[in-house]
Design a protein around this ligand. Sequence first.
Ligand SMILES: NC(=O)c1ccc[n+]([C@@H]2O[C@H](COP(=O)([O-])OP(=O)(O)OC[C@H]3O[C@@H](n4cnc5c(N)ncnc54)[C@H](O)[C@@H]3O)[C@@H](O)[C@H]2O)c1
Length: 253
Amino acid sequence: MADGTRFDGRAAIVTGAASGIGRATAMRLAADGAKVACLDMADAVEETVALITEAGGTAVAAKVDVRSGDSVRAAVDAAESAHGPTAILCNVAGVLRFAHTHEMEVAEWDLLLDVNLKGPFLMCRAVIPSMLAEGGGVITNVASSAGMFGQAFMVHYCASKGGVVLLTKSLAWEYLKRNIRVNAISPGGVETAMTGSVSFPEGIDFGLIAKTMAVDNKMMKPTEPAALIAYLSSDEAAAINGAVIPIDHAITA
Ligand SMILES: NC(=O)c1ccc[n+]([C@@H]2O[C@H](COP(=O)([O-])OP(=O)(O)OC[C@H]3O[C@@H](n4cnc5c(N)ncnc54)[C@H](O)[C@@H]3O)[C@@H](O)[C@H]2O)c1
């Protein structure tokens, strides 16, 4: 249930905010009282801001390509000049592809590693100085159940999300004494543009990816991982640090 006083005007940045989990997270943080900077490379990020504003929340949009340090710096500067130093960062932007590894273009490997793993690193690098200056902050990264076990036909996605898991744990240790908490969530299937538009290469054995599907093919709404991200971003989760929390209908149980 949204609580308009939970974040009490704290400044939050959400990447991937044009769609799916990122949009739901931006909307939930705003409904819980944060001032939200919605970052994405897609124009639809403006729609997220409109949805938040219409609901009485505070939000700005900034275009970003999370693969680029310069673009990230400019977007974080825009967010902080609108709302002040960042207290909450949610790294949600991501891309998913399936491929046979022996046929994979290097460009496709680079795309997934750059968006899914380098992106969170660049965002953390840009935002942590403000958090240190303000005495703390909280970062939540979106990993995946595909970062918790090996999976056929998505070696680049699994490697990137496994990287997010250890990026998260390493940052939690590094900033433990400086009051920056860093956690990740690890979702199973979520109904978003990403899962709605997935395409598979010819000749894959679907039996080999069956373990990524929840029993009865259960999927969740983007509001469900968004609620978990909002909880982790809140003071109620003060003792949760360096955690990677599954939200996956027991896929990884
Ligand atoms: N949907 C699922 O089942 C699922 C499961 C586990 C993890 N995830 C992860 O959740 C996150 C959100 O996924 P989603 O399902 O909401 O997908 P989505 O496709 O709905 O949203 C992803 C957003 O990321 C943005 N984006 C992509 N590349 C970008 C870049 N270079 N710079 C800035 N923005 C960029 C897109 O424009 C898009 O708005 C991703 O990290 C994804 O890997 C999704």
